[in-house]
Design a protein around this ligand. Structure first.
Ligand SMILES: [Zn+2]
Length: 136
């Protein structure tokens, strides 16, 4: 695969963005406290690869714990289609997009690899149990 530009956004359309990413690298799923609840499946990119086209004022921000990551969601439809943060351990500033919120067909999405990590136990290099992976 190669880096391509995709569009995406929330359910109601108030939030729209463009992102350059390699879908062949897939996206991460994790069992940490928030990823599990929102069934996070996202890919991270450098800030310059993400362009918010509209909706800067349409979102409510959410942060917790160390506040190193922003988890904004649309005020109207509630969909959390992207996030951003700054974590030096993983390379500094980044944006992340929900792969299921991109405007792409089912086949392309199904072909994107899933990478699991055990964020709950801070063991990012390990996968959660097979049972847990089923609902992440
Ligand atoms: Zn919306």
């Amino acid at each position: 695969m190669a880096i391509q530009t995709y569009t995406g956004g929330c359910h109601c359309g108030d939030v729209r963005y463009e992102v350059d990413l390699d879908l062949g690298e897939g996206g991460g799923k994790c069992n940490c406290s928030i990823c599990r609840k929102i069934r996070n499946w996202s890919a991270s990119v450098k800030p310059e690869a993400f362009r918010l086209l509209q909706g800067a004022d349409a979102v409510t921000d959410y942060q917790f714990n160390t506040s190193s990551v922003h988890w904004p969601f649309c005020k109207r439809c509630g969909v959390r289609s992207f996030g951003h943060g700054d974590i030096p351990e993983v390379g500094g500033k980044f944006y992340s997009v929900q792969l299921a919120a991109l405007d792409i067909d089912d086949e392309a999405l199904a072909a994107a690899p899933v990478r699991f990590s055990n964020g709950r136990d801070n063991a990012w290099w390990h996968e959660p149990s097979e049972a847990e992976k089923k609902f992440l």
